[in-house]
Design a binder for this molecule. Sequence first.
Ligand SMILES: Cc1cc2nc3c(=O)[nH]c(=O)nc-3n(C[C@H](O)[C@H](O)[C@H](O)COP(=O)(O)O)c2cc1C
Length: 202
Amino acid sequence: MKLKSIIIAAVGLFLTTGCNSQNKQVKQTNMGKSIVIFFSHAGDNYAVGNIKVGNTKIMADYISEITGADQYEIVTHKYDGMAYGPLTKLAQEEANKGELPPYEGKAPDLAKYDTVFIGGPVWWGTYPQVMFTLFKDINLDGKTVIPFTTHEGSGLASCVSDVKKAFPKANVTKGFAIYGHEVRTERAKVEKWLKELGISGT
Ligand SMILES: Cc1cc2nc3c(=O)[nH]c(=O)nc-3n(C[C@H](O)[C@H](O)[C@H](O)COP(=O)(O)O)c2cc1C
């Protein structure tokens, strides 16, 4: 009888351990619970032509694959189907006027997150204005914020300082920039950056 109980307990323990190791598909990192908040424009773009998936979206997916971070995509349909030329004009007007175009849906609930990646393309030297609309609706006090950009020459531009301005009580790190036209072939650069940040989830 006693032996039977021990065997049942041992089988139970084995099954539990087996299940747990499968659950380790959920990535273990040293940055607490994390999320990638990003905006990305699919369609006609500089250097890459007419793309079905935006450059920053690909970056966001790499980060989530590598670290297990959740995602929140800032969505607007304002620029759908626009050619690159008219889009740059419209974006410049928005930036000059400090317009805050609305985004679709609700702002994310960020209470459970310790680390927030923020990423977008550089549009006229900073993030697209719709990202600033969202920034007004979220609170990142006390969180670690990791900005990144995809761009075609401006690097981080003023994105990091603009994030610092929007979230003065967050711990904003130095940020990472990658050329938009490199994103599809340079996943290794993203892995290296995350490793340098000390994020060990792989
Ligand atoms: C409206 C607009 C403005 C842009 N302005 C800049 C800029 O100021 N500096 C820069 O390096 N790239 C600029 N770019 C290029 C984008 O930053 C780059 O293509 C980026 O990877 C696009 O990311 P996405 O596909 O996620 O939207 C601009 C692109 C657009 C469409």
